[in-house]
Write a protein that binds this ligand. Structure first.
Ligand SMILES: [Zn+2]
Length: 443
């Protein structure tokens, strides 16, 4: 039996801030500075690209050296060269704000070059705005006050006691903190590096298979066939879609922001309502996923899930809204890191494991089973059962082995494998130079 181990993980903690009007002004100055830095550097790089394009068209030679670099250090250098002229007020804000704006822009460029996203976009004022500070520029004064450099001690609505205790006992270190303004509310999100006890993987006594469906969001069953989990699809998105469409229609009829023209107050209010619906949807979804995954990781030793090719499925547009609403990828992601915390094991069944098409009673496999057929009926043994329940039982009985104590796909054949996210380092802050991400302890 392997023993419990310690490992360093990155964990997020987020709290709602209660700033004074003076602090609000300072926070707004920082979000503005972060946006400016992003837009300014993006503008310089895009102008450089255009210049090179024009040169090429007129037959001039364009070498590799004609292009500005887009890595974080390149962007930082560019900022250092130009800030005195273009942003003489830059010293008003904490310096790491700019470092992170450059880092995030560099990541956006890296994603673009890797073919994962489109060209980085300019940030517009008044959407969800944020800035990030290095861990060294922040500390918790007590469980209800956070000190941000250049801004001061800001009160939080909720108690930060949990994080505060970890910090006090030297079990955690703040890597960075991101302040986000949404609809007039400021949220603070810490990324902390924590040493965490990883319990030894438990012997798989309690096994559950989880099937994701459209009518019933998550159906769970044990290998003996008992249905133990049924989370109805709240249709967060669909039910709020009418509300959202109405709000968006109203906003579209009002005078929104145009170049050089400030939006009308009536538009601001209408836009606020659109943002409220979006926030409602996001909160409800996040909450449901958190509750379900925590419950599963705490109560089961072996959790078998389908390894859905979410990206592939999203190409099917009729299903797309439902699948992305179900947020399956996020569900599995949370399940996997929570499993590591609680010592349980997540197994991703092979993408081609026919969990839906197999009869859980006699093992016969159907050639096909269209999605609209909600009941599984077996011609061989006569079993009639809810489609998702049948699939969950098959998953629970799936004998695939996890490749490590945490997660991993059992068979990675086919499909697109997402490249590892590259972690860039903020050079100006040596104490930040940790590239360690969540480490899984080998079995
Ligand atoms: Zn059968």
């Amino acid at each position: 039996m392997p023993e419990a181990t310690f490992t360093m993980i990155h964990q997020g903690f987020s709290y709602l801030l209660d700033p004074t009007p003076a602090q609000r002004a300072l926070l707004a100055s920082h979000t503005g500075a972060s946006r400016f830095c992003h837009n300014f550097l993006l503008g310089v790089v895009l102008a450089n690209w255009k210049e090179n394009r024009d040169k090429k068209e007129s037959g001039e030679e364009v070498t590799r050296e004609s292009y500005l670099g887009t890595r974080q250090l390149d962007l930082q250098k560019l900022w250092y060269e130009r800030r005195a002229e273009s942003a003489p007020w830059f010293t008003d804000n904490a310096s790491s704000t700019y470092n992170y704006a450059q880092l995030h822009l560099a990541q956006a460029f890296a994603n673009y070059f890797a073919g994962r996203t489109r060209v980085p976009a300019f940030k517009s004022k008044g959407r969800s705005e944020s800035f990030t500070l290095a861990g060294g520029s922040t500390r918790l004064v007590d469980s209800h006050h956070v000190r941000l450099s250049r801004i001061g001690d800001i009160k939080t609505y909720e108690s930060m006691r949990k994080l505060y205790r970890h910090l006090e006992r030297g079990r955690a270190r703040i890597l960075s903190v991101t302040v986000t303004e949404r609809r007039g509310n400021y949220t603070l999100a810490f990324t902390a590096e924590m040493s965490r006890v990883i319990p030894a993987p438990r012997s798989p006594a309690r096994v559950i298979g989880i099937d994701v469906g459209l009518t019933t969001l998550y159906t769970g069953a044990t290998p003996d066939g008992t249905q133990v989990l049924s989370v109805a699809n709240p249709r967060h998105y669909q039910s709020r879609q009418a509300r959202l469409a109405r709000a968006q229609r109203v906003a579209s009829r009002r005078c929104g922001p145009r170049k050089g023209v400030a939006p009308s107050n009536r538009w601001r209010r209408a836009n606020q309502r659109v943002q409220n619906v979006h926030a409602d949807i996001a909160n409800a979804r996040r909450n449901l996923i958190h509750e379900t995954t925590t419950m599963l990781a705490k109560n089961y030793d072996r959790i078998v899930v389908e390894d859905l090719n979410v990206k592939g499925m999203l190409k099917n547009h009729t299903l797309a809204t439902h699948i992305s609403d179900a947020a399956w990828g996020e569900f599995v992601r949370q399940l996997e890191y929570k499993a590591t915390w609680y010592g349980s094991t997540v197994v991703r069944a092979d993408r081609f494991f026919p969990s839906s098409k197999t009869c859980s009673s006699c093992g016969a496999v159907k050639a096909k089973l269209p999605l609209e057929i909600r009941t599984y009926h077996c011609e061989t043994c006569g079993l009639t059962m809810d489609r998702d329940h049948n699939a969950a039982i098959n998953l629970a009985r799936c004998t695939s082995q996890p490749t490590s104590a945490g997660t991993r796909s059992v068979a990675g054949r086919g499909g697109e494998v997402r490249p590892k996210r590259r972690k860039l380092v903020v050079k100006a802050h040596p104490d930040e130079a940790s590239t360690e991400t969540l480490t899984l302890v080998g079995a």
